[in-house]
Design a protein around this ligand. Structure first.
Ligand SMILES: [Zn+2]
Ligand SMILES: [Zn+2]
Length: 107
């Protein structure tokens, strides 16, 4: 039931549906905290201050956002914000996603 969709860019067939078991605990929506950059694949642990997310939580590292993507999400066309850091004690009850997301074709 809890499906989120990264909308396709106009003129592309790109459309991705995310199932998000991590965000469905008790119906409380929260960030997945994805483990890696969708562009260069580098690890972005939950405590990383280099993680950037768009409104659909497409996740990239700061250097890809600045140097490759120029601040625009290649999946949905939206902008990025720094990903908030979940306090370590909350990570025990609300662990980050372990599902690595593949490199985006437009990156
Ligand atoms: Zn990156
Ligand atoms: Zn996006």
């Amino acid at each position: 039931m809890c499906q989120r969709r990264c909308l396709p860019l106009p003129g592309t067939r790109q459309s991705r549906i995310y199932d998000c078991p991590q965000t469905c605990r008790g119906g409380q929506l929260m960030l997945e905290l994805r483990p890696n950059c969708e562009c260069c694949g580098r690890d972005l642990p939950p405590e990383s201050s280099a993680a950037r997310i768009c409104s659909f939580e497409c996740t990239f590292c700061a250097s890809c956002v600045d140097e490759v993507l120029r601040g625009v999400c290649p999946n949905c066309g939206g902008n990025f914000v720094p990903r908030p850091i979940r306090p370590p004690e909350k990570l025990k009850s609300y662990p980050p996603s372990v599902k690595r997301v593949g490199r985006t074709s437009t990156c």
